[in-house]
Write a protein that binds this ligand. Structure first.
Ligand code: FE2
Ligand code: FE2
Length: 361
């Protein structure tokens, strides 16, 4: 089904037109010396999966807490007016907040699908085009997964203004590396931190498995950026590198300061001033917002965009420390967690099959 009937607020338009102005490049050399990118392409081919087989969509979500998050993780948990509400009202707010987050994941994934298709066209070398083509398929699968989750929650939210602004900027930019930087490093970097929060803390088995499997694909997407951009940036002039750093600073501030759940609180008729004050002053939420950058900062450092401007902006945002995160270890952990989910699923499937055989004999 199309999701328009479940949007909490009506859409202005069902489609969004973004004019494009970039050059499509053919590679007549059919270059094949970047073995590292070809290895990644090989992994992309062999690690494809079908969300219908790997995820148990028959599982129903709790309507009052679809992701099964611990209550104290809810952004307004502890606010005086929220604590006075009935459990049913609180459950409705938790459902809407889950709908809002998963809707932003869904719109972000559609952005990733479009951006990776654009990279296929405007990245110069064939090895990178090959790899990016596998990412197109991955991102289509991610759209499918979050669409199903949003349908199960039963409520959808339109894309937020700041995410739309950043996507618009990234899609219009004609340079392939800027597409990658904005989409993969910033937007998907933030999403990855939010996915890992659900994967590691939520209790619902469907929500945790879906996020773990998506993160397994994302580990390859991040690896591409590291390989391609680490080689590309030293070839640019200082002026061009500064431009990239300025873009990253602006994008990170935009996401930090304006990417909040305001639309939900407004829709539910919550006291906006109290919500704002609570969210601004809560130590737990400050930590959560900082944590959202834990995936972006180490990659920015790794690809060599680590000049004075960016380090002082990140220091101002309190996120500079993430520069020392071990990206390889983090990605290895993402792969391992997805494999553990697979093992549990196979275990359950085997137990069901054994039960079936026992009743038949
Ligand atoms: Fe994705
Ligand atoms: Fe991705």
């Amino acid at each position: 089904m199309a999701i328009d009937p479940i949007y909490a607020t009506a859409l202005e338009k069902s489609h969004w037109d973004v004019p494009q102005d970039y050059t499509t490049l053919f590679d007549w050399n059919y270059s094949d010396d970047r073995q590292d990118l070809l290895n990644l392409y090989g992994k992309g081919k062999s690690m494809q999966w079908d969300s219908d087989d790997r995820i148990d969509w028959s599982h129903e979500l709790d309507p009052e807490n679809p992701m099964g998050i611990p209550k104290e993780f809810f952004p307004l948990w502890g606010a005086e007016f929220f604590q006075k509400m009935s459990a049913k009202e609180q459950g409705e707010a938790i459902r809407h907040q889950a709908a809002w987050s998963n809707s932003q994941f869904l719109h972000g994934e559609q952005g990733a699908l479009i951006c990776s298709a654009k990279i296929v066209q405007n990245v110069p070398d064939l090895e990178a085009k090959f790899y990016a083509s596998t990412q197109v398929m991955d991102e289509a699968r991610h759209v499918e997964v979050y669409k199903k989750l949003v349908e199960k929650i039963g409520v959808a939210y339109p894309i937020t203004g700041p995410l739309k602004t950043l996507l618009d900027q990234v899609i219009r930019d004609s340079r392939w590396d800027m597409t990658y930087l904005g989409m993969q490093v910033v937007i998907e970097g933030l999403a990855l931190a939010a996915f890992s929060n659900i994967r590691d803390n939520a209790k619902d088995p469907l929500a945790t498995a879906a996020n773990a499997y998506v993160m397994q694909d994302e580990a390859r997407h991040v690896a591409f950026g590291r390989l391609a951009l680490r080689d590309y940036y030293p070839q640019l002039t200082q002026y061009e590198r500064n431009e990239r750093e300025e873009f990253l600073i602006e994008a990170c501030y935009l996401m930090r300061d304006r990417f909040k759940n305001t639309e939900v609180w407004e829709l539910l008729g919550f006291p906006m001033k109290e919500c704002d004050e609570f969210v601004e002053n809560s130590e737990g939420l400050k930590m959560f917002r900082t944590q959202l950058f834990s995936r972006i900062v180490p990659i920015v450092k790794d690809i060599g965009l680590w000049g004075d401007k960016i380090t002082s902006a990140y220091s101002d945002m309190g996120i500079l420390g993430f520069g020392s995160v071990d990206v390889d270890a983090m990605q290895a952990n993402d792969m391992r967690v997805a494999e553990e989910h697979d093992e549990r699923r196979q275990h359950v499937d085997a137990a069901i099959a054994a039960g079936r055989t026992a009743t038949e004999t």
